[in-house]
Design a protein around this ligand. Structure first.
Ligand code: G4P
Length: 534
């Protein structure tokens, strides 16, 4: 993906106004609070709903699982669309817990930018760092929001230094905080020469904004105590000398991040951040694909599945494939070709995610995320086109690092368990292997917590208590090669062979030695730790 190219593209207005992004952060930095304020300003949720307990607000989002509520972790990702000024924002929610990295990586393939939220007192934390690295792999432009400035926080230069050092990215201040903790009065908006004053009395009130004509403007003294004003002037002068000025190209290439300071809970700094996303954020990007890349301005509709979620509504046993539109103007009822199966699908009930509700999508443009209810045909990595044989690439699949065997608590329910497991495999929540010999299944995940999540979901959604236990294998390798060679290999290694949910052949073992041996004895076969999603 080339970020530099999009400014040159002459996109139709409807596409050019779209901003599709995710928020990345360490748990507790304020992502939920910030999301809530975004939705509020986007008119997607009402003030009244927001004022109720935060727990309630959390439920207005994607959190429908008991486990999420109990443990306070966001397991399921969703997408939300709302208008802000002349822009259409598509916010894709990334699961925050480190154990869900696989899901998170894929989510980040569907966005054009990310907002990185950090806690002003804590700076760059471990999960922020990890997620940042993923964004970097894709050269995603990143806007930084330094949150909780209403509390004691670190020195502004120190925070900026830490980001520059730890993340190796240039930081340019978009705003500058005035005072800290109890004395925090607001920010100087560097990009627009404005003074933003925080209202501590009303958390939902948007900051008062005063137009300022440079740092010598007497209006500054009317609003900022003399001592703080002196400090602000000094710091801004230092910042000008020490820090780079905002450079949109550098930002779009992912080598510079503008930072805003604010307090999400006090609605402070949020609008400026949204303005920043709208005014400077990237337009829908060119999508890498085979045999050619897809430009958002192409007339023909194309899109790809980056996430599949089942049982979004426990009453309907449906699955929703989240599709990022890569090009064109989609209209409800269109027939699209499902490239993998070469079959046509009439997309009659596409869904747009409007904060708390799902709504039928009458149309969608490049950049949008729509949900397509289906019965399992649509899988992660699938491409939809108007007939062209083209496949979006770059959606990662991870090697399952932890394997466990799983059995239904009630042996009579083995078929049910199979169904549940296949569904989670298609969602990308786990890898599932059915051994060629014997009964039961082996489940592979990237992080240990995923076993717990699976057990809980299988019980909750299928009413099936399950038992995970030690597996006799610790490694899984997908086997590919000429059919006769694969067949010959399979027939004499039955005790090591399993099939994944696609029916693909997997070699399982405890020993690296076995893998080396197979590679030596069967040079025509390829053993890979992941199966490409394309
Ligand atoms: P997350 O999604 O990134 O995990 O963070 P979340 O928004 O849930 O916020 C984590 C905690 O930080 C919450 O407090 C939230 O109220 C608080 N918070 C968010 N923004 C700000 C801010 O600008 N200033 C201050 N001082 N706090 C902020 P909590 O105690 O966990 O929950 P609650 O009791 O507020 O519901």
């Amino acid at each position: 993906m080339s970020n530099a190219s999009h400014t040159a593209l002459d996109l139709p207005d409807e596409i050019a106004r779209r901003r599709t992004f995710a928020i990345i952060s360490h748990p507790d930095a304020g992502k939920t609070t910030l999301t809530e304020k975004f939705l509020l300003y986007g008119g997607a949720i009402q003030m009244a709903g927001q004022v109720r307990a935060k727990g309630e607000a959390r439920r207005t989002r994607s959190d429908f699982m008991q486990m999420e509520k109990d443990r306070g972790i966001s397991v399921s990702a969703s997408a939300m669309s709302f208008d802000f000024g002349k822009y259409r924002f598509n916010l894709v929610d990334t699961p925050g817990h480190s154990d869900f990295s696989e899901d998170t990586y894929r989510t980040l393939t569907a966005v054009d930018a990310a907002i990185m939220v950090i806690d002003g007192a804590k700076g760059v934390e471990s999960q922020t760092q990890k997620l940042f690295e993923v964004c970097r792999m894709r050269d995603l432009p990143i806007l930084t929001f330094c949150n909780k400035m209403d509390r004691e926080s670190r020195d502004t230069f120190e925070i900026i230094d830490e980001i520059q050092e730890n993340l190796a990215i240039d930081v340019t201040p978009a705003s500058w905080p005035i005072g800290v903790g109890r004395d925090f009065v607001g920010c100087y908006d560097i990009l627009n020469d404005r003074l933003e004053l925080m209202d501590r009395a009303d958390r939902n009130k948007v900051a008062e904004s005063v137009k300022i004509d440079g740092l010598d403007d007497p209006r500054l003294a009317e609003h900022v105590p003399a001592e703080l004003l002196e400090q602000l002037k000094e710091e801004l002068e230092m910042a000008r000398e020490l820090l780079p000025a905002f450079d949109r190209d550098a930002f779009l290439e992912g080598s510079m991040t503008p930072i805003w300071f604010g307090s999400a809970i006090n609605s402070f700094g949020v609008k400026e951040l949204m303005d920043g996303m709208g005014d400077y954020g990237p337009l829908p990007q060119v999508q890498t694909a085979q045999p050619r890349s897809i430009s958002p301005d192409e007339k023909k509709v194309m899109g790809f599945v980056f996430k599949v979620q089942a049982n979004m509504d426990p009453k309907h046993r449906d699955r929703v494939a989240f599709v990022r539109m890569a090009s064109g103007h989609f209209k409800r009822g269109m027939k699209l070709t499902h490239v993998r199966s070469k079959k046509q699908m009439a997309i009659s009930n596409p869904v747009l995610f409007l904060a708390s509700d799902r709504e039928l999508a009458e149309e969608a443009w490049a950049g949008d995320i729509i949900g397509i209810p289906n019965h399992g045909q649509l899988r992660i990595g699938d491409t939809l086109t108007e007939g062209e044989d083209i496949r979006v690439t770059g959606i990662p699949s991870f090697a399952p690092e932890l394997l466990q065997s799983v059995r239904a608590g009630d042996p009579m329910k083995s078929k049910h368990l199979e169904k549940a497991l296949m569904q989670f495999a298609e969602e990308g929540a786990a890898k599932v292997f059915k051994p060629a010999i014997g009964s039961g299944f082996i489940v592979g995940v990237v992080g240990a917590l995923q076993f717990e999540v699976l057990a809980s979901r299988i019980e909750l959604e299928y009413g099936l208590p399950v038992r995970f236990g030690q597996s006799q294998f610790t490694s899984a390798r997908w086997v590919t090669g000429p059919k006769d060679k694969v067949d010959a290999f399979v027939s004499i290694n039955q005790q090591h062979i399993s099939h994944d949910h696609n029916g693909d052949i997997v070699y399982m073992t405890r020993l690296q030695w076995d893998i080396d041996r197979v590679q030596r004895d069967y040079p025509e076969l390829t053993l890979s730790a992941t199966r490409e999603l394309m």
